[in-house]
Design a protein around this ligand. Structure first.
Ligand code: UDX
Length: 473
């Protein structure tokens, strides 16, 4: 779809009133941050409990910095919440749709029912020229389909325009990423839409944030392409970890050496238990599914391998834990440190940590899970596991300690103190987050994915260095 440039562009609203449909991680953060930037914002959700909590100043999930921003935004009088779509349609000049696109039941495709419902609900009610902006991650072609749906449903016909504005925020850094994004991407079908959307991001654009204006399909693709790239980078280093495991090489040293090449860089090159969460796993699957529908499945066939490598890390850490436990997990007490898919989040969607805890449990281990923030969500997802309220409780009497999510609390724990609590000093570091030397010095048997059981590599390097020094002498 190309951008139509016309001479008579309808007027835009310079300081638009904003609605945000969907009050999950993405929507609540977007609504709160837009209000903090000075816009009048109405947050909308069908979930009455969520809306009641947000209206009362409570963020219904863990996100550092967001609760303070919410209270400030509510106090400013610029932010309110509702479950009423009539109110939303009447309020907004720019409507952001931030509802979920989870993996569909029994398929790799994205479930678009929430997105469709939000667009339809708005289109049926909006009675003045406005812009509906999709922020949810969707398969390519969705925005074009929704444009047709809106034109059919709306009493305004194609006066009511659709744009796409993908969101790249990371959980744990949501406020920072929303207020200071590294780029903005606008997928628009008209110059009016571009101008209206720019007015909705004026303070961020005035900050010098790079803006990429694109067609709708490219804007949709940017998001899945970015997440696929990140997932591929993580699986690449984890594939190298598999090679390291077969050769006695050390993937940590390998990643460090690679990271000094500016063309490669060190970010998202951290080996370990791999990626999880509400985005990367389902996005690469939905992308593969959509590419196959479009007849270009071969172009992204490697993403299946990326997914497989990622899942094999979970199996491999179970192997390591079993090995340390003496070959059989039945009846062994395992401390599972972490349940969230990454630190500073209480999100357990497709969490590698929780998946590992579940597999250990299924092999008969007595698993005690402790996560500083995600215990409640984890309990809802897997009620059969035992959850405890502290790291001390988790490790006391453990036969093996498994570090599964790299929270600071676990990184900073003193190996000598922990050693006094466990039944056996055996630890598996699933996230390359612990100081192996400190643990070994405190008498622990220390194992990590992609690293030799004993630090032979370093010894060998020293040995070779000595020899080459001797040779050159
Ligand atoms: C991701 C994208 O980063 C973000 O831009 C997008 O908008 C949503 O999806 P998020 O899911 O919050 O964000 O988490 P991210 O920080 O990207 O981490 C994803 C997973 O990869 C985590 O499980 C993390 O532990 C893992 N990871 C990350 C690694 O295993 N190694 C790394 O080097 C980096």
């Amino acid at each position: 779809m190309s951008i139509q440039r016309t001479t008579s562009i309808p007027p835009i609203v310079e300081h638009p009133r904003i609605t945000v449909i969907g009050s999950g991680y993405l929507g609540a953060t977007h609504a709160i941050c837009m209000a903090s930037l000075g816009y009048e914002v109405l947050g909308v959700d069908v979930d009455e409990e969520k809306i009641a909590a947000l209206s009362a100043g409570t963020v219904p999930f863990f996100e550092p910095g967001l609760p303070e921003q919410l209270v400030e935004a509510l106090d400013s009088g610029r932010l309110s919440f509702t479950t009423d779509f009539d109110e939303a349609a009447a309020f907004g000049d720019v409507h952001f749709v931030c509802v979920g696109t989870p993996q569909a039941e029994g398929s790799h495709a994205a479930d678009l029912s929430y997105v469709d419902a939000a667009f339809e609900a708005l289109a049926a009610r909006i009675t003045r020229k406005a812009l509906i902006v999709g922020k949810s991650t969707v398969p390519i072609g969705t925005a074009a389909r929704l444009t047709a749906l809106v034109a059919e449903t709306s009493p305004l016909g194609d006066e009511l325009e659709v744009a796409w504005n993908p969101e790249f925020l990371r959980e744990g850094f949501a406020v920072q990423d929303t207020l200071h994004p590294d780029r903005l991407v606008f997928g628009v079908a008209s110059e009016w839409a571009e101008r209206q959307l720019s007015a909705a991001f004026r303070p961020i654009l005035d900050d010098g944030t790079p803006l990429i204006v694109a067609d709708l399909a490219t804007a949709e693709l940017v998001k899945v392409a970015a997440n696929s790239f990140l997932a591929t980078k993580i699986s690449y280093i984890n594939a190298m970890a598999e090679v390291c495991e077969a050769t006695g090489a050390d993937v940590n040293l390998l990643a460090t050496a690679l990271s000094h090449d500016d063309r490669i860089g060190g970010r998202f090159l951290k080996p370990g238990l791999g990626f999880g969460g509400g985005c990367l796993p389902k996005d690469i699957r939905a992308f593969t599914h959509r590419a196959e529908e479009l007849g270009v499945g071969q172009a992204v066939a490697f993403l299946r391998e990326v997914d497989d490598i990622n899942n094999r890390r979970r199996l491999r850490i179970v192997d390591l834990i079993r090995e340390l436990a003496g070959g059989d997990l039945a009846g062994k007490r395992i401390a599972a440190l972490g349940a969230a898919f990454k630190p500073n989040s209480d999100d357990v969607r497709d969490a590698p940590a929780l998946d590992v805890a579940r597999m250990l449990y299924l092999e008969g281990a007595e698993v005690r899970v402790y996560d500083p923030e995600a215990n409640a969500n984890a309990h809802r997802a897997y009620p059969d596991l035992e959850y405890v309220d502290s790291m001390t409780e988790a490790v006391t009497g453990a036969d093996v300690v498994a570090l599964l999510t790299e929270w600071d609390e676990f990184r900073q724990a003193d190996p000598a103190e922990l050693g006094r609590l466990v039944a056996s000093r055996r630890v598996v570091d699933g996230r390359h987050a612990l100081d192996a030397d400190a643990y070994r010095a405190a008498g622990w048997e220390f194992r990590a994915l992609g690293r030799p059981a004993q630090p032979e590599t370093v010894a060998l390097v020293v040995d070779l260095k000595d020899r080459s020094e001797a040779l050159s002498a």
